[in-house]
Every structure is written in structure tokens, then in C-alpha cells.
Design a protein around this ligand. Structure first.
Ligand code: NAD
Length: 513
């Protein structure tokens, strides 16, 4: 087993801004002596004071012993030049995001450190291989990508360039874990793991808004309440800054040679041009100025529940809704032979499989309502639903009344393929699967990164398995058929996994062949 750096080993941090100060604090709390370098001594002093204040807050909250905080601070050595890094076993760079600056810095650092020192960059977007190309010993160089604020955020992406030694990456993984972090290994590719796999979370939401699926507050509420995401994409990008989020999208899009999957959103670019950057400018998709009325999600008015329903075949993921209706006193008839829908007042209700409700209404010759994906149909506080255009008001009310049983809120969205949560989850899983397919990272590392780095309720690949790979792949197929396969194309890895799963099921049913 590869061992982490010993706590006595000195760690150098170059760049004492937002990230450098945070990373220094992490290394100090892990017991290392830390040499903190910035070209501006006032910034090092500000970083030291910031670390002291944060450690004191931890002591006040009872999360850190007073002695431990004093010892950590005593291990911090402010410095001004690369020569001060001579004794470091690991140097982490967190200076401005500029290839030439980083290359020049590492050339200087290499003149002073020993041959076995590991060198790491906290870059979020510059290819590791490109920085390494200027090094005398590129095999000792890699990316160590922390998230802001580094002392709080659990994830560290450990990024190998073409020339990075495997032993070096493993030592850094073990060290990040010893520092209390979740380490996810990845190859240096645009966006690494998180900034690549998360793109559809923003990209699909922006397209849904542009297509008039619902307003921003409603899309956010659906992704929070039904999808289990901690924040909706619009409140989250308002927090990140629309300019910052758009810049990451543009950088991944350019680095992927304008692959339409990552195409920036006109809507978001317009927000940036208008200066509607989010919280920092007082207004973005939502208004944060004093006296502003908070936006609320659209909801159907309260409707009365239907007296009876017919469950035709296996209702699948909607079974908890049937159970709740039964408990509420609705008469539930069962018809064992059916295509897995719930009949209410002469209309059919099912969960989305990616096809629009209008298509299913035409195929089945019946007004159709489709429910969006929910992580937990038994406990969800909200359901999103789309209606085929032939749905009349009486049927719409009966379906709304059924969905509202137990006090659930019901948000109606436009009848678009895959609706909101299913479309988002399918595209996140597709992106994650593609990263696996091209050897960017292993499935477990991607899932761990998305949970630890951006608080997803589950990793996208685990989520796809629990939803069902054929529903996920089918949804992408329908999106591709309707919108075009340039953007909505199934990852070969999802295709492979779906086939493998189907073969598994068949051999379980038929036994060894
Ligand atoms: N801010 C984030 O959310 C975030 C998250 C992950 C990664 N990153 C990456 O981390 C790096 C630093 O970002 P930041 O937000 O901390 O920037 P920052 O502007 O807060 O800090 C950069 C610091 O580097 C110093 N510096 C610049 N050139 C130097 C040199 N040649 N020698 C010594 N010091 C030098 C500057 O004086 C400044 O204090 C960037 O590569 C960025 O892409 C940032």
C-alpha cells in the first residue's frame, strides 16, 4: 500500500490567495509544517490572519482543541521566494490561472527542491500535461484540485497528466485521504471530473428555461424536491456567479473542440452581458435586492381527489402513489393485464420514459399525463407533471387531485421530452458514462467526486442504475430523436452497461446456457 506523506514532511504552498490560504490551513491541521509563499508579503499576512480567525472559530465551536489550533499556527512559516521551499516534500501551487505564470513558477521551484519532492498545481482548467511540459522531471508533477472553501469542501481531484508517475499520484491520493479529504483520481482532460460531469446540470436547466418548460423558480424547486439536489441550478449559478459559470462552460466547450454537448447558453450569455451576475450583483435569475419579493414555484391549485382509479398492470415507480391513494380512501381497481399505467377519469398517468405525453396520447389513443422522475416517490413533497394537449380541464383536475394526495405540491411543466429531472439525471449519467468510456476516471471515483464536490444526492452512475439503465438510455434516445443527436447522443458506455444488464437478467431467468 502506498503511504501518505509523513506529517513531519514540510508542505509548500505558492500563492496565498483564496485557495492557497485554504489549502495551507488543511495541511496545517493535518500536522505538517507549512511554508506559505506569495509574491506579495501583505497577502501572506492576510492569509495567516484568515487561518488564525478560522481556527479560532473552530475552537469556539468546540470542533478543535485550543492547543491544536496554537500548534497548527506555530507550524506556519510565511515566505517570499521559491528558495524558501528547498526542504519541502510537496509543493502545491495556487497562483493565477495562467499557463505561462505557472510554468515559470515551477521552473523556479524545481531549482530549489530535492529530486523526490512532489509538485502539484491547483489549476481548475489548464491541462496538467501542458504545465508539466516545462519541468525537468515531469513525472513528479500532477494536479491537486481543491474546491472552495478548501478547509470545508471534501473533494480533492488528483489529476495525472500524460507524464505523471503512478506512484506520485498514489502518494498524493493517500495524502489527501490522510488530510480528511475524498480523493478522486482522474486523467487530465477538460473540466477534470466535476467541472465536466456537472455541465448538463446547468446546460439542461438553461435549455429547459429557454424552451419554456417552466420558470426558473419552478425548475429549481422540481430539481430540489423531486431530484434531491441541494440547490436548484438557477439559485446555484446565481451563487457561483453567472459570469464564472459561463466562463467554465466556455472553457470546456472550447477545450472539447466545440462539441455541441457543452454548447454555452445564449440565455446565460445575455444575463452576463446585462450584468445580472447573481448574488454578487444583487440580481441574477432571482432578485436579491432589498425589498425584492422572493420568486415562488408555480403550483396547481388544490383539486379534489378522484373517487376511483384503475391500475393497469404494474405501476412501477408510481406504486407508492397508488398506496397513498388507497390509504386516503380512493377505490383502487386492478387490471393485471395492462401496460403499466394508472387510469383516472378516462385519462392515463405514467412516469416519463423520455417520450412527450403527446406522443403517448397518440399511440395509446388516450389523453396522457406524465410524471417526472422522483428520487423517492413515497416521500416527495412535490411532483412535476406534463399533460398531452388533448387533456380537458376535468381530467386535468382529477389527475392533479390524485397527485396532491398527502399534501404534495404539483407543478405543471411543458410537455418536453424527458421533462426536468429525468432529462437532467439522464444527461448527467451520460456525461459520467462517457468519462468512464474514455478512461478519464473510474465509475466509483466519478460518483464519489460528484457527491463530495457538488453535494449530489447520489453519484450519477449509481443514480442511473437505481432509475434503470434502459429508462435512462431510452430517454437520451428520445431526446436525440427529437432534438438531434449532436447534443443528445448515447454514450457507448451506457449502451454497453444496458446490454450487460439485460444479459444478466436473461441469464438469471433462463439459467446457464
Ligand atoms: N477560487 C476558486 O474557487 C478556485 C477553485 C479551485 C481552483 N482554483 C484555482 O486556484 C488557483 C488560485 O486561485 P485563487 O482563487 O486562490 O486566486 P487568488 O487571486 O485569490 O490568489 C492568487 C495568488 O497568487 C499570487 N501570485 C500570483 N503570481 C504569483 C507568483 N508568480 N508567485 C507567487 N505568488 C503569486 C497572487 O499575489 C495572489 O495572492 C487558480 O489556478 C484557480 O484556477 C480556484
Amino acid at each position: 500500500m502506498v503511504r501518505p506523506l509523513a506529517p513531519e514532511a514540510a508542505v509548500g504552498i505558492v500563492g496565498a490567495g483564496t485557495m492557497g490560504a485554504g489549502i495551507a490551513q488543511v495541511a496545517l491541521q493535518a500536522g505538517h509544517p507549512v511554508i506559505l509563499v506569495d509574491r506579495d508579503p501583505a497577502i501572506v499576512e492576510r492569509a495567516r490572519a484568515g487561518i488564525e480567525a478560522r481556527l479560532r472559530r473552530l475552537v469556539d465551536k468546540g470542533r478543535l482543541a485550543g492547543d491544536a489550533a496554537c500548534d497548527a499556527l506555530a507550524r506556519l512559516r510565511p515566505a517570499a521566494t521559491a528558495a524558501d521551499l528547498a526542504g519541502c516534500a510537496l509543493v502545491v501551487e495556487a497562483v493565477i490561472e495562467e499557463l505561462a505564470t505557472k510554468r515559470a513558477l515551477f521552473a523556479e521551484v524545481e531549482r530549489h527542491v530535492t529530486d523526490d519532492a512532489i509538485l502539484a498545481s491547483n489549476t481548475s482548467s489548464i491541462p496538467i500535461t501542458a504545465i508539466a511540459a516545462g519541468l525537468r522531471r515531469p513525472e513528479r508533477f500532477l494536479g491537486m484540485h481543491f474546491f472552495n472553501p478548501a478547509p470545508v469542501m471534501k473533494l480533492v481531484e488528483v489529476i495525472s497528466g500524460l507524464l505523471t508517475g503512478a506512484d506520485v499520484a498514489e502518494t498524493v491520493v493517500a495524502t489527501a485521504v490522510a488530510w480528511g479529504k475524498v480523493a478522486a483520481r482522474a486523467r487530465s482532460t477538460p473540466g477534470f471530473i466535476v467541472n465536466r460531469v456537472a455541465r448538463p446540470f446547468y446546460g439542461e436547466a438553461l435549455r429547459l428555461l429557454a424552451e419554456g418548460a417552466a420558470d426558473a423558480a419552478t425548475i429549481d424547486a422540481i430539481l430540489r424536491d423531486c431530484g434531491g439536489f441541494r440547490m436548484g441550478p438557477f439559485e446555484l449559478t446565481d451563487l457561483i456567479g453567472q459570469d464564472v459559470n459561463a466562463a467554465v462552460t466556455r472553457s470546456v466547450h472550447d477545450a472539447m473542440f466545440q462539441d455541441p454537448r457543452y454548447r454555452p447558453s445564449l440565455l446565460q450569455e445575455e444575463m452576463v452581458e446585462a450584468g445580472r451576475l447573481g448574488r454578487k450583483s444583487g440580481i441574477g435569475f432571482f432578485d436579491y435586492r432589498e425589498g425584492a419579493v422572493p420568486a415562488v414555484a408555480a403550483e396547481e391549485p388544490s383539486a379534489s381527489m378522484p373517487g376511483s382509479i384503475v391500475v393497469e398492470g404494474d405501476p412501477g415507480p408510481l406504486a407508492p402513489l397508488v398506496l397513498a391513494a388507497l390509504e386516503a380512501g380512493v377505490t383502487v381497481e386492478r387490471d393485471a393485464l395492462g401496460r403499466g399505467v394508472i387510469s383516472i377519469a378516462g385519462a392515463q398517468l405514467a412516469m416519463s420514459d423520455g417520450r412527450p405525453a403527446a406522443e403517448r396520447a397518440l399511440e395509446d389513443d388516450m389523453p396522457t399525463a406524465l410524471v417526472d422522475l422522483c428520487l423517492d416517490f413515497a416521500a416527495t413533497p412535490r411532483l412535476a407533471v406534463a399533460f398531452s394537449p388533448d387533456m380537458d380541464d376535468a381530467r386535468r383536475d382529477a389527475i392533479a387531485g390524485f397527485l396532491q394526495i398527502g399534501g404534495r405540491r404539483v407543478s405543471v411543466v411543458r410537455d418536453l421530452p424527458g421533462l426536468v429531472v429525468l432529462r437532467t439525471v439522464a444527461m448527467l449519467a451520460n456525461e459520467a458514462a462517457d468519462a468512464v468510456h474514455f478512461g478519464v476516471a473510474a465509475a466509483d471515483d466519478i460518483d464519489a467526486a460528484m457527491v463530495a464536490g457538488v453535494n449530489y444526492p447520489q453519484g450519477p452512475l449509481a443514480l442511473a442504475k437505481s432509475v434503470g439503465l434502459s429508462r435512462i438510455a431510452g430517454t437520451i434516445g428520445h431526446l436525440g430523436r427529437i432534438y438531434g443527436e449532436d447534443r443528445y447522443r448515447l454514450s457507448p458506455e451506457l449502451h454497453r452497461a444496458r446490454l450487460a444488464r439485460a444479459l444478466d437478467v436473461r441469464s438469471a431467468e433462463t439459467g446457464p446456457r
